[in-house]
Design a protein around this ligand. Structure first.
Ligand code: HEC
Length: 473
């Protein structure tokens, strides 16, 4: 609710910005017309005075410009506050200070979720008490005071008040410390920074993304995204490794931007336009490719670390559930705990557990017959049409070859996040310390893992909260 109110307020400020610009232009035209007609001044001697009508025109001009400036700085701050929640004041201060390029364009005015129009965004890696942030706060406070005093200059009726206000403005501007360089307190942003993937991490789309990736990207970034494609050495810069570190430090929307519009936003000196694949990939297809890369990055993370450190949604897929006819997809089970089994037809069933919904994945071999026929012990199966894609997607997030996934198990929490993984052949049934997967580092001594109950309790007690802003490095 607060989120929607904030966005509505930001949009209101954006409209107000344009209204204020229009008012300032009106003032310019009126003043110019008066000068043109020789009617701006009351007399022609040295003691000339502006006519009241000219004074009013100038007030339109200055007032409009003053308001436009205020709105241009305020709306991105209000917008960022509503998409990101509370941040240290220094972050808002630096956002307000880095207000270059913040004048919204006409085409964006009608959009409900406006594009992010600053070149910068808050950087979670900057410690809250840092000196640069503190300086940004001071500078913003002084400049804000100057702006408020500017109201006196614009709106005061008496010349003496106006003069006093102007002196306060000058004093505030003189007292304000230099603003910190944006790169000290902020991270580069693109217009897509706060876009979220619309894909729900769908297994079918992950597979489609893999196909596009192999066609368009593998030549440089390598078949597995390790930056070792055959054309890599011929690039002016070495192609990035598209692994866990990338997803940790970049907003999904920024990656989407780099794939379709080109690398970076110009603040880092990257000449990235040649990296714009927007003509070859639709917006949806680019999200698919990123979902595929994210699945692969998760698998790579699992290979050298006992858990996924980044919040990872369980790949979504169509389901068929004998006892739950209203459930059509995995995401319909949000609010429940889910255990997903990758099991060939011959794999022995596990004990059903009343605390969980059991979903069985089949490798998609039509010889096994329709799901449900031999999975009576499970609550849900995956329809044949999508089971191959689902199996493959889960193999990727587990970092395994599809042929070696048989027997793996995954726990999905009530929010739909993948939380624990048990490798095939692990007979200790959730008691091995290695099976817990949680975003964030877990001290080794916390990894006690005493069976499924313990694991479930821990998962429920620590719900996943993906970071609103990522640390740049
Ligand atoms: C012609 C070679 C080439 C191709 C093809 C290519 N890339 Fe890149 N890519 C690069 C280079 C070079 C970089 C930049 C490395 C740097 O700036 O340090 C890069 C960087 C990236 C980044 C990192 C951006 C960031 O935020 O740092 C992503 C994501 C990416 N590419 C995705 C893709 C995807 C997806 C495709 C296929 C649609 C693709 N690339 C195709 C060469 C290529």
């Amino acid at each position: 609710m607060l989120h929607e109110l904030g966005i509505a307020a930001a949009l209101g400020l954006r409209w107000l910005h344009w209204i204020a610009v229009a008012a300032a232009l009106y003032g310019v035209l009126r003043t110019a017309a008066a000068i043109w007609q020789g009617r701006a001044w009351a007399g022609s001697d040295a003691k000339t005075r502006l006519r009241p009508r000219t004074q009013a025109s100038l007030r339109w001009l200055v007032g409009g410009a003053w308001l436009a400036l205020g709105c241009a700085v305020a709306w991105p701050v209000v917008y960022a506050a509503s998409v990101s929640g509370p941040q240290p004041p220094g972050v808002w201060a630096s956002m307000a200070l880095a207000a270059q390029g913040w004048f919204p364009s006409w085409s964006e005015l009608g959009q409900w979720h406006p594009a992010w129009v600053s070149s910068w965004r808050p950087d979670a890696g900057v410690p809250p008490g840092s000196r640069a942030l503190a300086r940004g706060e001071q500078a913003a406070a002084w400049l804000g005071a100057a702006y408020l005093a500017g109201a006196g200059v614009v709106f005061a009726r008496q010349a003496s008040w106006r003069l006093a206000a102007a002196m306060v403005v000058v004093a505030c501007l003189l007292l304000a410390p230099g603003t910190p360089r944006p790169e000290l307190v902020l991270a580069p942003a693109t217009p897509h920074t706060f876009r979220q993937p619309p894909t729900d991490f769908d297994a079918g789309r992950i597979l489609a993304g893999a196909r596009h990736y192999q066609q368009l990207c593998a030549s440089c970034h390598g078949a597995k995204g390790r930056g070792d494609g055959p054309l890599a050495a011929r690039q002016p810069r070495w192609p990035s490794v598209l692994g866990p570190a990338l997803f940790e430090h970049r907003h999904a929307g920024d990656l989407h931007w780099s794939v379709r519009q080109g690398l970076g936003n110009g603040t880092e000196g990257k000449a990235g336009a040649s990296h714009a694949y927007g003509a070859a990939l639709s917006s949806q297809e680019a999200w698919n490719v990123l979902d595929y890369l994210r699945a692969g990055a998760a698998g790579a993370e699992l290979a050298d670390h006992p858990g996924w450190r980044q919040a990872l949604p369980a790949p979504d897929m169509a389901l068929r559930c004998a006892r739950l006819p209203q459930v059509q997809r995995l995401r319909d089970l949000r609010g429940q705990r889910v255990r997903i089994h990758a099991a060939h037809a011959g794999t022995p069933p596990v004990m059903p557990d009343p605390r969980l919904i059991d979903v069985v994945l089949r490798p998609g071999d039509p010889l096994h017959g329709p799901p449900g026929s031999d999975v009576g012990w499970a609550d849900c199966g995956v329809p044949d049409a999508v089971s191959a894609a689902a199996w493959q997607a889960y193999a990727w997030v587990a970092g395994r070859e599809a042929a070696q996934l048989d027997g793996a198990q995954f726990l999905v929490d009530r929010g739909g996040w993948l939380r624990a993984y048990q490798a095939p052949g692990d007979t200790l049934a959730w008691s091995a310390p290695d099976t817990m997967c949680e975003p964030g580092e877990i001290a080794p001594d916390q990894r006690t893992g005493e069976g499924l109950s313990d694991t479930l309790q821990r998962i429920d007690a620590q719900p996943v909260r993906p970071p609103l802003f990522r640390a740049r490095s």
